[in-house]
Design a binder for this molecule. Structure first.
Ligand SMILES: *[C@@H]1O[C@H](CO)[C@@H](O)[C@H](O)[C@H]1NC(C)=O
Ligand SMILES: *[C@@H]1O[C@H](CO)[C@@H](O)[C@H](O)[C@H]1NC(C)=O
Ligand SMILES: *[C@@H]1O[C@H](CO)[C@@H](O)[C@H](O)[C@H]1NC(C)=O
Ligand SMILES: *[C@@H]1O[C@H](CO)[C@@H](O)[C@H](O)[C@H]1NC(C)=O
Ligand SMILES: *[C@@H]1O[C@H](CO)[C@@H](O)[C@H](O)[C@H]1NC(C)=O
Ligand SMILES: *[C@@H]1O[C@H](CO)[C@@H](O)[C@H](O)[C@H]1NC(C)=O
Ligand SMILES: *[C@@H]1O[C@H](CO)[C@@H](O)[C@H](O)[C@H]1NC(C)=O
Ligand SMILES: *[C@@H]1O[C@H](CO)[C@@H](O)[C@H](O)[C@H]1NC(C)=O
Ligand SMILES: *[C@@H]1O[C@H](CO)[C@@H](O)[C@H](O)[C@H]1NC(C)=O
Ligand SMILES: *[C@@H]1O[C@H](CO)[C@@H](O)[C@H](O)[C@H]1NC(C)=O
Ligand SMILES: *[C@@H]1O[C@H](CO)[C@@H](O)[C@H](O)[C@H]1NC(C)=O
Length: 218
């Protein structure tokens, strides 16, 4: 195939550099704006989630989400609750979002979070769904400014701290919002709600998580 040693070497070098380039292209972690997301699976994503980790670290605690779908699954309704600062475990901030889903939209959604008269816009993209337990995603408010971007890991009540670490470190291979072994845990222990109407699920969930964590730590 090769007529001379020089040409052979040139071919080998060319092939080597091509495979190096493609290997590099595969392993360069992508920003939130660049990354390809996953479709929303209404069956798999409904119900209660807690936020377990965020990078950079969250400035509030006890973040919990309730997700439901409405009108033939065209709309995703989300209730978000959390404390008003990172030191507090009193849940007293409530936000809602009503997201119009587009089938097979992998580019994410510009979500309007409504809190009374206040509205906040955040672009949200889901990146991976791991073992039916962890939902990895990212957000930004300005696509060209990575400082407005964050990575998050949501979990079902069956999560473990080790699972969070694995989900984070696996995500760091593909997505630049995640750094190997570096993330802020979101406090989910001893969370309590401020108003009677909302206490029941929260208390149950945080109580259960506290119990589960105790078992894991023991
Ligand atoms: C959505 O999730 C359900 C339940 O986890 C699963 O059975 C179904 O195959 C998923 N659908 C798609 C399109 O991935
Ligand atoms: C959100 O909260 C409202 C008011 O408490 C409730 O009516 C609604 O069912 C909740 N939605 C979800 C998705 O949990
Ligand atoms: C948390 O940080 C966001 C910006 O990332 C800011 O808008 C918000 O006011 C901060 N909240 C608190 C309680 O410090
Ligand atoms: C969600 O938004 C759609 C479209 O704007 C609207 O028709 C629907 O009433 C909203 N649902 C809720 C529960 O707010
Ligand atoms: C996906 O949704 C985003 C935000 O709503 C929108 O900008 C984008 O055009 C949509 N993509 C597709 C393929 O519908
Ligand atoms: C989301 O929508 C709001 C309101 O239309 C807009 O101001 C904001 O720039 C949008 N954000 C992104 C990241 O597209
Ligand atoms: C988004 O960030 C870029 C810098 O990365 C800045 O030039 C631009 O003004 C920002 N846009 C908004 C709407 O803040
Ligand atoms: C990028 O966003 C950060 C955080 O909001 C802000 O402090 C910074 O000024 C922005 N940079 C530019 C160039 O707009
Ligand atoms: C998901 O399950 C696989 C196979 O059991 C395991 O190797 C992996 O560590 C799990 N990932 C997480 C985040 O727990
Ligand atoms: C993360 O760091 C650990 C050592 O702390 C290393 O063994 C592992 O290979 C790293 N993973 C990635 C994806 O870089
Ligand atoms: C997160 O919390 C777990 C369990 O409480 C702990 O083992 C781990 O070191 C924490 N991780 C980080 C990055 O703070």
């Amino acid at each position: 195939m090769c007529n001379s040693a020089i040409i052979c070497l040139a071919i080998v070098a060319a092939v080597a550099s091509i495979s190096q380039v493609s290997a590099q292209a595969q392993t360069t972690p992508q920003s939130c704006a660049q990354a390809t997301g996953i479709s929303f699976n209404q069956t798999a994503f409904s119900g209660q989630w807690v936020e377990l980790a965020r990078n950079p670290a969250s400035n509030v605690s006890c973040i919990s989400l309730n997700v439901a779908f409405w009108n033939n699954n065209n709309y995703m309704l989300v209730n978000v609750s959390h404390s008003s600062n990172v030191a507090s475990t009193l849940v007293d901030v409530y936000e809602t979002a009503n997201i119009t889903l587009v089938e097979n939209n992998l580019s994410g959604y510009n979500v309007t979070l409504v809190n009374g008269q206040k509205q906040e816009y955040v672009f949200v993209k889901l990146l991976s769904f791991v073992n039916s337990t962890y939902l990895v995603g990212c957000t930004y408010t300005n696509a060209t400014n990575t400082s407005t971007s964050a990575g998050f890991i949501l979990g079902r009540s069956t999560y473990t701290p080790e699972g969070v670490r694995i989900a984070n470190n696996d995500a760091s291979v593909s997505f630049s919002n995640f750094q190997n072994n570096t993330y802020g845990n979101v406090t989910q222990l001893d969370c309590r709600a401020s108003s009677a109407g909302q206490t029941v699920p929260l208390t149950l969930i945080s109580g259960f998580l506290a119990f589960a964590l105790l078992l894991i730590k023991a």
